[in-house]
Design a protein around this ligand. Structure first.
Ligand code: SAM
Length: 339
């Protein structure tokens, strides 16, 4: 039930929206493809807060049909990368805006550490149960001090009315704690950024009217509409509210009082445990580095890759050296010594 309601809302409707935009014309694309209830005022606030400018690499996690990222590219000249798990939504974004779209889950981003300047995640957090994993992944791929723009629906009290299937609204307190725990510093937060002007909402409504006419009898249409109605009732009753947030990455904190990587390591008492943990971490980084090839996923030409392949090679060599050093300190034989 949960899965089908969310697939209807985020996948089927995205595909139908792209079809309707093709009938009405491209002026309808951005308003119709902003599906996290973001108005131009909300997007402008996020863009200014994140100091987006020409050439900024902007990752949009849970990009849906691509409206917000396309808006940021059109108005601010950013270079967007869209990431979205629903296949029809990915196809819709690619068809409507010809932007690079990665079909993936935000909890496992196929991107290098520190490879994007800024990230948006609009209307997504409440649809993900494991919010911390998603935020940690975004933190990993952002450059140090990089900006995160969030649009989050928060619960203002214990909810009495039913939530849309699959939605878990954090309270304001939980959200602040979540950001802190995942390495972000919350710099600014606002609500009610302003309604969309009629010229915008009229175009979105025209697209929605075509979708309704064509798909009214489809069970997925009823499921998606039911989700929207539950949302609207919760808003109208004041039980949930929409928040815009600007946060930046803090440098990663050490998780214990152990010496930092590359620091002096003496072997006696307790350090074997540290070395073992270090090895596990480095092995995980190395596996990720070896397995991840985003240039193949996005189909971007080499001139637009987010990294220099030589840097990647150097990073992998550095990780192998670190792993070798940790194994040597732990007293493990090197592969060439064990035979
Ligand atoms: C309310 S829509 C918002 C779409 C878009 N951000 C916008 O504002 O138009 C929520 C989106 O989050 C996506 N989503 C859900 N779970 C996700 C996950 N684990 N990783 C990335 N995206 C996810 C959904 O597929 C959907 O497209």
């Amino acid at each position: 039930m949960t899965a089908s309601a969310m697939v209807a809302e985020f996948d089927d409707v995205a595909g139908w929206t792209a079809d309707a935009v093709e009938q009405l014309g491209e002026r309808h694309a951005i308003p119709a493809a902003c599906r996290g209830s973001a108005s131009p005022a909300a997007l402008a606030w996020l863009a200014e807060a994140c100091e987006l400018r020409e050439g900024t690499w902007l990752l949009d996690v849970g990009a849906g049909a691509g409206g917000p990222a396309a808006w940021a590219a059109e108005r601010f000249g950013v270079r967007p990368i869209l990431l979205e798990p629903m296949p029809a939504a990915c196809r819709a974004a690619a068809r409507l805006f010809k932007l690079p779209v990665i079909m993936a889950d935000g909890r496992r981003l196929p991107l290098r550490p520190g490879s994007v300047d800024a990230a948006w995640c609009l209307g997504v957090l409440c649809t993900v149960q494991d919010k911390a994993t998603l935020l940690k992944e975004i933190h990993r791929v952002l450059t140090p001090g990089g900006s995160l723009g969030l649009l989050v629906t928060v619960a203002r009290c214990a909810l009495i009315l039913p939530s849309p299937d699959g939605n878990h609204f954090p309270t304001q307190h939980e959200l602040a704690e979540l950001l802190d725990d995942t390495g972000f510093e919350l710099l600014e937060q606002i609500d009610e950024p302003g309604d969309a002007p009629l010229s915008w909402s009229r175009r979105a409504d025209q697209v929605a009217a075509i979708v309704a006419t064509r798909h009214r009898t489809d069970p997925a249409f009823a499921l998606a509409a039911g989700q929207g109605e539950r949302f609207a009732r919760l808003f109208a009753s004041g039980q949930i509210s929409m928040q815009l947030i600007h946060a930046v990455t803090r440098p990663a904190c050490p998780t214990s009082t152990r010496p930092a990587h590359g620091g002096t390591m003496s072997t006696p008492t307790g350090d074997n445990e540290f070395l073992h943990e270090l090895e596990t971490e480095v092995e995980a980084e190395l596996n990720l580095a070896e397995a991840s090839h985003p240039e193949e996923t996005t189909g971007l030409p080499p001139s637009q890759w987010l990294f220099d392949p030589m840097d990647v090679e150097r990073e992998e060599i550095g990780l192998r050296d670190l792993l070798g050093a940790a194994e040597a300190l732990e007293g493990k034989p090197r592969p060439d010594e064990s035979v």
